[in-house]
Design a protein around this ligand. Structure first.
Ligand code: ATP
Ligand code: MG
Length: 253
């Protein structure tokens, strides 16, 4: 079976620094994969390669069996891959409705050229409402993004990625900066959203081991640019040395 998303012997160097070193991993349909590892392990670099934002120094990145190295985020979203960034990418002055609409429009623009302006507007509004409902943001539609709580900002960021209607979604620390009490509700919301939207796989970069333990089907641990482990949660959490390496060098954040 062709993996949804796969890297084959991927390395990425920044000058003399080797950020990723021969990383091979794959993601199959129905999986939620967590990518874990200490600060600087190469997690975000891996996401950047998996979403075609960066070109590997060597090796291949395949989405649905096609090489997507350096393809760029716009083209990739058209093909069914969406992501969020470690630092949220929302415009503070846009409202929640405008933010979601921007994603909805960019996804649907081809189809909407065929519709009248009026029915296109109605369809956009309906879809924005639908996405807002899934993420519990309906009552916030008219608020500017800057007025949202940190948890709501994170949800809005994730909602924008979902509005692209992707097959696979990559989330780089979707709960960072959010209070511990809000982390589980955010994860539950986004997993429920993925089910409703028919998202086939989720890649989650996450530092919080409670969340990793609760939601992952498989855990990929990176350290110094290499795959240290690729295991189901029960086996991962049975290895104290592994856990120590993964969380050991954490920066306070
Ligand atoms: N564009 C870049 N230019 C130079 N070095 C980079 C670049 N991007 C990442 N690096 C370096 O590559 C290494 C891996 O970075 P990366 O952002 O992938 O780590 P990470 O695992 O996501 O860390 P964190 O947990 O802090 O988010 C780090 O040492 C980082 O400084
Ligand atoms: Mg990172």
């Amino acid at each position: 079976m062709t993996a949804l998303l796969e890297t084959r012997g991927v390395s990425k160097a920044f000058g003399a620094f080797q950020a990723l070193d021969h990383v091979s991993m794959k993601i199959d349909e129905g999986e939620l994969i967590s990518v874990v590892g200490p600060n600087g392990a190469g997690k975000t670099t891996l996401v950047n390669l998996l979403t075609g934002l960066m070109v590997p120094t060597s090796g291949q990145v395949m989405f649905l069996g096609k090489d997507i190295a350096g393809i760029g985020p716009v083209e990739l979203a058209d093909q069914g891959l969406a992501r969020t960034f470690q630092l949220i990418q929302i415009f503070p002055k846009l409202t929640v409705a405008e933010t979601i609409a921007a994603a909805v429009v960019s996804r649907q623009k081809k189809r909407w050229r065929l519709l009248s302006r009026l029915s296109a507007d109605a369809e956009i509004t309906a879809r924005v409402g639908e996405v807002a409902d899934i993420f519990g943001l309906r009552h916030r539609l008219a608020s500017v993004a800057a007025a949202l709580s940190q948890g709501e900002k994170k949800l809005l960021d994730v909602a924008s990625a979902f509005a692209l209607d992707p097959q696979v979604i990559l989330l780089d620390e979707p709960t960072s900066g959010v209070s511990t009490a809000d982390k589980h509700p955010i994860m539950k919301t986004l997993i429920a959203a993925a089910k409703i939207a028919g998202v086939k796989a989720i890649v989650l970069v996450e530092h919080d081991m409670d969340l990793v333990a609760a939601y992952s089907h498989r855990i990929i641990a990176l350290a110094e640019g290499r795959v240290l482990a690729d295991l189901p949660p029960d086996r991962f959490f049975a290895d104290p040395t592994l856990i120590e390496t993964v969380i050991g060098k954490r920066r306070n954040r």
